[in-house]
Ligand binder design. Sequence first.
Ligand code: IVH
Length: 675
Amino acid sequence: MAAAPKKIRDRHRRLAEEIEAHNRRYYVDDAPTISDVEFDALFDRLLAIEREHPELVTPTSPSQRVGATPSDSFSSYTHRLPMLSLQKVTARDEFDAFDQRVRAALEADESVAYVVEPKLDGLAIELVYEQGKLTVGATRGDGVTGETITPNVRTLRSIPLSLDQGLAEQYPRLDVRGEVIMRQSDFAALNETQRASELPEFANPRNAAAGSLRQLDPSITAGRRLVFYAYGLADQDLPGLETQTAVFDLLRTAGFRTNELTTTVAKPDEVEATFEQIRELRPTLDYEIDGVVIKVDSFEQQRLLGQITRAPRWAVAWKFAAELAQTVVNDIEFSVGRTGAVTPVAKLAPVRVGGVTVTNASLHNEDELERLDIRIGDTVVVRRAGDVIPEVVEVLTQHRNKAARSVRYPDRCPSCDQPIVRLPEEAARRCLNPSCPAQREGRLFHFASKPGFNIDGLGEKLARQLLDRNVVTSPADLFFLTVDDLLPLDLMAEKRAQNLIAAIDAARATPLPSVIYALGIIGVGETAARLLAESLGTFNTLQNADQATLETIDGVGPVIAGNVIAFFANEGNQLLIKRLRAGGVLFPDHLSMRATGLPLSGKTVVITGTLSRPRSYFKEMLEQAGAKVTGSVSKSTDFLLVGSDAGSKLEKATKLGVTVVNEDEVDDLIAGEPE
Ligand code: IVH
């Protein structure tokens, strides 16, 4: 094949640069400026050029971010300068001792500035840039020798494949160091998929990040949503870089993600204050940290301080105390979830753990109850990490007194008094009565929850009241409610009732993945629901799918497939679906936002005036049909959907010659033939 002409090469380079700039806005700055569809279009153009001219496929082309060919093993990589570890402190007096050692090694009157950064709980890596091109990615390993994982790191969108020309000239070689992490939310989703596929779950985000990065098949890494935070350079003596703070600024301008909580301070008191601030923020962060790292800011001082065997004298890790606390068990109750699982819950004397007050801890199941041999009155150690439900880790039997009472798993459901059973192969005991009040409440609440039909205002209490008073007997009844049905309920003012009805109305257009989630099929959480919707596209296909078809879906294992089949085979559920349809639930087809060829693809619509249903309803309908719904009328608006009392927008549309449609006409548009 002939070499690509210069014009093509230039076009390829410009496209590659543009794509990488968008990657950076999306994955580093969290501020994308174009839609996924537009991004995909750019990417497709790049791929088209590379298909015609394969010689343009270089290791730094954005097309390589999907993962190169798998290899048989990792080769080892010796770091040019060793990657050190850190000394640890756990309290202010220990930090003060570190600070004293630092000051003792420097001139008596010298001031010391410290950089305080979160200590990210992930996996340390090194990235080598030569002449501005990423040439090596390696794990830390034992600090001296790690493993080469270059094709894997290329799949991380937060890692630049090449650096700016000017920077490359100034620094022909840069060894960038930092941490690869997996966000809590991505970790939870990954484990949900693992569960659904009956694969082992990862113990924590750090293990998940390490397992995902060290894959011989880089395309697996590409699918795992890892994030790289840069925190330093191997060299302490590069021209123009005198401080750690300057390195941070350089890394940020070079296109790396750096941690936004990093702060430079001058006094030990400020170090402690920053440590406290970061510790308080910890529960709100979407990534795990286990302390802060404190570094002497000046490289000159760093050089003077030097290092002991494996750790520098100029840095220290101040680790958080474990999120454990001691308290007393006041009671042990059994709660019944929407699937009938009966879970023991320890009611605790209120105690602060990891920044929040805890009063309940899950005891999981019968096996756990036996293993702990926990009794009412016992003193226990509870643990809380991040957002997870607190749990009892240990019973302090040495504190047990004679009055301590053990509990037996009940034989009958605490809610409906029907027998409860432990199914073979299951750890949980279940109440199998589908009309059990606790289960019905749980199901209704799940149905209306945010990831489901998202009916704002329908919380646990209201769900209970609706069922207790027989206002609703099945979730589908919600779609037949009127304001008058709601008014007799406790704490139900006219306004609240109206809002609830409006929320229910808008919920009729709930997208397919959320509809599937809301049904509450056992094992089908948000991720599985999305996978089902994406693979099958329509509710009918899902309803009629057989076991084999379901199992072919990536992320859906035989157990989930079986649960789906069983769900749709159940007569009660068939009735539920019929009634949902009768109640106006749309079960919209799931057409990915990336799809083109929808009736309103590429069309921009503005909505104005009072319509028969909330605007959110029409917005959803229009977007499902491929339209973009915007707020103001301009030349590029294709349609204005008007209700009664339309004002200035209608005027402007008329002036600009924009097509004006009413509710009935918009239905025709949505149902129209694809263009
Ligand atoms: S600096 C000499 N900064 O902690 C400096 N390390 O024991 C050594 N870590 O495995 C590294 N967050 O991966 C540094 N902001 C941060 C860090 C950090 C996490 C990890 C690092 C290494 C360990 C050092």
